[in-house]
Design a binder for this molecule. Structure first.
Ligand SMILES: NC(=O)c1ccc[n+]([C@@H]2O[C@H](COP(=O)([O-])OP(=O)(O)OC[C@H]3O[C@@H](n4cnc5c(N)ncnc54)[C@H](OP(=O)(O)O)[C@@H]3O)[C@@H](O)[C@H]2O)c1
Length: 236
């Protein structure tokens, strides 16, 4: 990505490798932010897990909360204070369609994404008078490395969770385009793709119905995965 940006736009690009689930990694990222005139910050790093909560590794679920919630809070705070001091900017927090409802078999992931959504929407309101635009991006399944990186059933490294064939998924470029459109229109959140838009619309239903539907979809995903080499099946 760095090479492509340098070649296409002739801009200096600095790459920082940091584990944002650690205090040192967050500090290194804050230091890197301090070395530029921060106009746009995209808080994108995130991990997930899939499978029954009690079967997951406790340490791994804790690291997920550190990355998806603590690091986002820490870096959003740093970005906002710097942007406020320098006349404004844009802050993008990448949440998920999972934010719109509790999600059995992805319980912690969905909870962390709801955290990000609420955080971003509140900050959008607070920071507007300072010229800082904040948007929560809630993508549905998107064709990145994410579903391959999901670990099923207690983090066994031999097992992967793939989006099954019947779940519609989008290209990352569509998510990016929708994000810039939402920022330009002053929207505090954007749901991208069919799944995310349906999930957002579903919040109008009674909560028990929403959770029951989410549970049904997750069970179907796990079952079709077992049959077809996706879902919570072992990696090939
Ligand atoms: N793809 C989807 O279907 C989907 C749907 C909804 C929401 N999202 C959200 O989109 C965001 C980006 O995910 P993606 O789809 O691009 O998946 P991805 O290809 O798996 O990318 C995840 C990104 O997070 C980084 N990351 C993971 N752990 C990290 C850590 N401890 N410290 C620093 N960086 C870390 C990874 O860096 P390395 O490559 O260096 O490990 C990678 O850049 C996530 O927040 C995810 O929740 C994805």
């Amino acid at each position: 990505v760095a090479a492509r940006l340098r070649a296409t736009h002739a801009v200096p690009v600095r790459v920082l490798a940091a584990d944002l689930a650690t205090d040192e990694g967050m500090a290194a990222c804050r230091d890197a932010m301090d070395q530029v005139r921060l106009r746009v910050a995209v808080l994108n790093a995130g991990v997930g897990s899939v499978g029954p909560f009690a079967d997951q590794s406790r340490a791994r679920e804790g690291r997920m909360v550190r990355l998806n919630c603590l690091a986002v809070t820490d870096l959003a705070h740093h970005a906002l204070t710097r942007m406020r001091a320098t006349g404004g900017g844009d802050l993008v927090i990448v949440s998920s369609a999972a934010a719109f409802q509790p999600l059995p078999r992805m319980a912690v992931y969905a909870a962390t994404k709801a955290f990000e959504l609420h955080l971003a929407e509140a900050l959008a309101r607070e920071a507007a008078p300072d010229g800082v635009r904040v948007v929560a991006v809630c993508p549905g399944p998107t064709r990145t490395g994410f579903s391959d990186a999901l670990r099923a059933d207690g983090g066994d490294p031999g097992r992967r969770a793939r989006w099954p064939w019947w779940i519609p998924s989008d290209e990352p470029a569509a998510v990016v385009a929708a994000t810039w459109r939402a920022l330009a229109r002053g929207r505090p959140r954007v749901a991208t793709g069919l799944v995310a838009r349906a999930a957002a619309a579903g919040t109008a239903l009674p909560r028990p119905a929403v959770v029951a539907v989410a549970d049904g979809v997750q069970r179907l995903r796990a079952a079709t995965g077992r049959r077809r080499g996706g879902g919570e099946a072992p990696a090939p």
